[in-house]
Write a protein that binds this ligand. Structure first.
Ligand code: AMP
Ligand code: MG
Length: 344
């Protein structure tokens, strides 16, 4: 199959993409979080193609992308007022809600669950394609399963050239990490994955929030969890990643002491001068965490090279969007963290 790549700015692109979706094909779609690999979320055969292209485990559910809050009722039932409050506050935007699924949503889309995840993306091209297709678009991140997510059309082509019909190029993803996921099916709202909408923002609307274990700890692959995707190896380059925490100076001393030829350092712009001769790669400015979320996956992809043995990574501290960056980086490092403050 020849994979076409069309700019989202061309007038015909959305219509061409929507037609492929309607006909049961796959289209990579730009969103503000990451690029998604999209198919008609109500068509089992089309959804099956997503799992096949990504090599995604069958029990890892997909997110249904919709045009707006008015579409929630088409695919969900027993919708609490909290869902409408969140939609009002954060949609379109990087927030996914898990709600009880209607029977029109296939089990393939929900990974066999009785709940479904829904989101309205903050990207004009994405919403236009959903609108023209006339169906919700099921779309996980467009990377090969387990690999760093896709934040540009080039990343998608790298992973799927020849396997999908179309990539819609809408430029680099603005947020750069996947959506925040909040489960609203229990009495208390539960954060399943941090993202561009921060825990602080959620709390301001909900007044209550439980953080799921999958956010902060490594989940065993046989464990039954609320966020099925979170138990799998994620975001990881081929090399070993270790996070080095602690002050700038102590971390630099630890890394420089342990660095061997063929290793790499993943750090902030501000730290580049400290790692001369250690092949440093910056993923953004520590002073502006949005540049770190936007740059993280492209950097992890650059470090996805079998010749690299060890990557020493610096991670931002604190809440807000930094919380999402920490979550992705810790998963990429399989929770391998060294505290430079405790090392001599
Ligand atoms: P991705 O789109 O690849 O970033 O993955 C979507 C993630 O959303 C999955 O890996 C799950 O963790 C989560 N998810 C989707 N649907 C549900 C659901 N019904 N219940 C809980 N988590 C879900
Ligand atoms: Mg993903």
């Amino acid at each position: 199959m020849k994979t076409q790549c069309l700019s989202a700015n061309l007038p015909e692109t959305a219509k061409i993409a929507a037609n492929i979706i309607k006909n049961g094909g796959l289209v990579a779609i730009p969103t503000e979080t990451v690029y998604g690999l999209g198919a008609n979320g109500l068509d089992e055969a089309a959804v099956a193609k997503i799992f096949e292209a990504k090599g995604r485990p069958q029990d890892n559910p997909l997110i249904l992308h919709i045009c707006g809050p008015e579409q929630i009722e088409l695919f969900c039932h027993h919708i609490p007022q909290k869902a409408y409050d969140l939609a009002e506050a954060f949609w379109p935007g990087p927030l996914t809600m898990v709600l009880p699924a209607r029977s029109n949503v296939p089990k393939r889309t929900t990974g066999g669950l009785s709940t479904v995840a829904v989101r309205c993306p903050d990207h004009d091209a994405a919403r236009e394609i959903i609108r023209l297709a006339g169906v919700p678009i099921a779309a996980p991140s467009a990377n090969i399963s387990g690999k760093p997510s896709t934040t540009t059309a080039q990343h998608v082509l790298h992973d799927h050239d020849g396997k999908i019909e179309l990539v819609v190029d809408g430029g680099p993803s603005r947020v750069g990490v996947e959506s925040t996921i909040v489960d609203l099916t229990e009495e208390r709202p539960r954060l399943l994955r941090p993202g561009g909408i921060t825990p602080e923002q959620l709390l301001a609307v909900l007044g209550d929030l439980v953080v799921d274990k999958a956010v902060t700890a490594q989940i065993d692959k046989d464990e039954v969890v609320k966020a099925p995707g979170m138990k799998y190896r994620h975001y990881a380059p081929q090399s070993q990643v270790v996070i080095v925490s602690g002050s700038r100076e102590k971390a630099a001393r630890y890394i420089r002491d342990h660095f061997e030829p063929g290793d790499r350092v993943l750090c902030f712009d501000e730290e580049l001068p400290l790692y001369e001769g250690c092949a440093p790669l910056s993923y953004g400015r520590e002073a502006d965490v949005n540049t770190l979320s936007a740059g993280l996956f492209a950097a992890l992809r650059e470090l996805d090279d079998p010749k690299i043995h060890q990557v020493y990574a610096r991670c931002p501290v604190g809440g807000g969007v930094a919380y999402a960056v920490q979550n992705r980086l810790k998963k990429a490092a399989a929770f391998h963290i060294v505290d430079a403050e405790e090392e001599v």
